[in-house]
Design a protein around this ligand. Structure first.
Ligand SMILES: *Cc1c(COP(=O)(O)O)cnc(C)c1O
Length: 369
């Protein structure tokens, strides 16, 4: 019978050449890695094999391995944080594992027990804890990845797979303070569509977004605001979820983000921002998941009803927006708190306080043990 993933079988081989972690001011996103790699191989006959943590190393692969031909690849992105007692914490890792298993199912790759994988992640963190930097905004970015490793050019479900994780120490996305971003509302290319795979973290979803981003960059924008359909539905910004705050004529205010209709990546930061804003914003605020169009944003900005806008994601937590170009016209987005709006600033603080263990909220922060 095919074996389930079992963290208790973990075998550790420590590096004999430990690296010196870089000082905080030299950290660049995804450029340096810790001493080790976590791997678990799977076959259709045997199921999940022995989990191993070994020195970080290259993969040797037959050129006909399916991941290289048909994009049998999916990934996750989460972080580990050092709290004020020096303990290492992860933030809502169960949400990432739930999402990874959804992606695995859609990509015809094997699923696994989430809690067993979280145990392995925490073991990895205890071993490489020297690489978890100290300081607010600093963290260890974790990249769990699942690839199809069977060999052959037939287009079918992989009979072999590898689940692995590497980790990269990172600093704050924006350095000191927020730097709001300018967007190009993009309708000449589409990131995701109904009944497609936009809601899964498949590597194949990202390759097609780079060329439009380079086009937007040529026109001076840092990201694409992805639109869908004839009505100009707003879906996401770059690889982040997007929120808009509006003032209503009756004095109420609304924080709105696109609904999880299959086109939207269900961000852990998105979900956290929604829950925290529902609890912590004032009584006049309504938090909603609904369709927002670029035309609504443009009209309400013109009427002075657009309060602020921001993206959310693990890398930056929030990315404040100060401008959107749509068909040659500029929509100015207010940033009332300086480099960001008030809500973006608050969400960032609330989420960080929980991530670094300064505030307990539900069971969101977990200590590696
Ligand atoms: C990963 C990702 C997000 C953000 O998800 P988080 O879980 O908040 O990091 C949003 N949109 C896309 C397209 C993504 O790939």
């Amino acid at each position: 019978m095919a074996a389930p993933l079992d963290a208790s079988k973990l075998q550790i081989t420590k590096t004999t050449t430990p690296a010196t972690p870089l000082p905080n001011n030299q950290l660049k996103f995804g450029q340096s890695f810790t001493d080790h790699i976590l791997e678990i191989d799977w076959t259709v006959e045997e199921g999940w094999g022995t989990p191993t943590i070994t020195p970080y190393h290259d993969f040797k692969m037959d050129p006909a391995t399916v991941v290289l031909h048909y994009s049998f690849e999916l990934f996750e992105g989460l972080k580990a944080y050092r709290d004020s007692n020096g303990q290492i914490r992860t933030f809502r890792p169960d949400k990432n594992m739930e999402r990874m298993n959804r992606s695995a199912k859609r990509a015809s790759l094997p699923q696994f027990d989430s809690e067993e994988f979280i145990k392995l992640i925490h073991q990895f963190l205890l071993l490489d804890e020297r690489f978890v930097p100290s300081g607010k905004g600093y963290s260890l970015y974790l990249r769990p990845t699942l690839i199809g490793t069977s060999i052959g050019l037939g287009v079918s479900s992989p009979t072999k797979a590898k689940l692995y994780m590497i980790a990269s120490p990172v600093g704050p996305y924006f350095g000191a303070g927020f730097k709001p971003v300018s967007l190009e509302a993009t309708d000449y290319a589409v990131r995701a569509w109904p009944k497609g795979v936009g809601s899964y973290k498949l590597g194949a979803n990202y390759v097609s977004c780079i060329e439009p981003q380079a086009e937007a960059a040529k026109r001076g924008h840092s990201q694409n605001l992805w639109l869908f359909g004839d009505e100009g539905e707003i879906t996401e910004v770059g690889a982040m979820n997007v929120f808009f705050a509006f003032a209503n004529e009756d004095g109420t205010k609304e924080l709105a983000t696109a609904p999880l209709d299959g086109m939207i990546l269900p961000g852990v930061t998105r979900d956290s921002a929604i829950q925290l804003c529902k609890e912590k914003l004032g009584k006049e605020w309504i938090v909603s998941e609904r369709k927002i169009t670029i035309h609504e944003v443009k009209e309400r900005a013109a009427k002075g009803q657009l309060i602020e806008a921001f993206g959310t994601g693990t890398a930056a937590i929030v990315a404040p927006i100060n401008n959107i170009e749509f068909r040659g016209e500029q929509i100015t987005v207010p940033c009332s708190a300086g480099g960001s709006g008030e809500i973006a600033k608050s969400v960032c603080e609330w989420v960080q306080n929980i991530q670094y263990g300064d505030e307990e909220f539900k069971d969101w922060s977990r200590v590696a043990a």
